[in-house]
Design a protein around this ligand. Sequence first.
Ligand code: CMC
Length: 422
Amino acid sequence: MAESVTITDNRTGESLEIPIVDGGVDSSQWKKLLGNTWFYDPAYTQTAATSSAITEIDGENGILRYRGYPIEELAEKSSYLEVAYLLIFGELPTEDQFAEWVHDITYHTFIHENVRKRFLEGFHHDAHPMGMLVSAIAALSTFYPNAKEIDDEDNRYRQTVRLIAKMPTLAAACHRFSVGQPFVYPDNSLGFTANFLSMMWKIAEPRYDANYALAHALDTLFILHADHELNCGTATMRMIASSNSDPYSSAAGAAAALYGPRHGGANEAVIRMLNRIGSIDNVNSFVEGVKNGDEKLMGFGHRVYKNYDPRARIIKQTADEVFAVTGKNPLLDIALKLEEVALEDDYFKSRKLYPNVDFYSGLIYQAMGFPTEMFTVLFAIPRMSGWLAHWKELMEQDQKIARPRQLYVGAGERSFVELGDR
Ligand code: CMC
């Protein structure tokens, strides 16, 4: 069977055979025959905007791999910083490479005093931490103006390290401000996740030692959230970076995309939904409401997965480890019942709607004491490594500026009418 498609322009009778390469057909070939007849694909449901060697998702079979390694193995055996290295550089680090990587990240955890004192403290007292984080990431570009030198590989490495290292510091600073507590400086004697928990929760003790099981569980969640190929946020990162913007500005755009409730904001929306349902007795009527189109079942459904999201399966196991320390989140029973009812219902079965990564993650975050507003921030911390892996790949691919076309459906030419004559 030929691995190609043949297209025919019925206006001219001309045909062209285009090879299928890596599961796609090259649009420049298409353009040869069809010129200015564009693909109409507003939500990119059928468009591959790049080739990428970072993350592979097989949505039909519920498979997720980073650089070829199954997510299940990475979650069990690796750590977030090792996974970040893998995503960005393509291979697992040697011991020496890993030691240098951890050193470099640790060395850059501090943020400029003005970012916190002048910038973050200028927000309204009830500012959403995700809104603060998006702005703070963008603001960093003004503190590191040489980040614009994107053709310099060493410079790119420095900005990469800075962005990964500063995310927990910025995230914790946003939280401390929103609850009126003093900022906690990074403790570079701690690991990445333990240091973040110290900046979140430390009060007056000289050193905050996080519960090992909780720090480990959060690190696992960071691994699961680190990358997910061309989702809305990552596509935004690549879109902005394609204009040769600096990585801080690009990452701020990616974080803004992540903020939305259809994307990374869903974990927050799940908890609000479970609170509204209130009791397992109300689950059936809630599901009926979803089927009637009154609302969405948050934490369910995915553009790519038409099977159980493998991350949700791992998160469910991690939840048990966390609840063993914190006590069970009372919303868990509602979530389990909701999943059970939905997975048996034809509405969800026929549409292949399964729990996604956000369905159970919020329950863990809540049990660990994070306020709901911090949930998407917790998603953004590790996703930074995925965004930067895509940025590095894009820079090395030397792609053109991303510039989709539109199908114009507005008014034809008409003459201006003076204000008084309208
Ligand atoms: N609850 C109820 N119905 C749903 C849901 C849901 N959560 N998701 C999709 N559907 C229905 C949808 O109404 C449509 O039905 P019909 O064919 O009758 O019109 C059908 O399923 C196909 O859905 P779609 O809207 O075409 O799917 P999409 O690929 O455009 O949207 C999604 C994907 C994730 C935005 C959507 O499933 C959704 O809004 N889910 C809830 C929000 C959520 O959990 N988001 C987190 C995604 S995972 C984390 C991340 O990547 O950020």
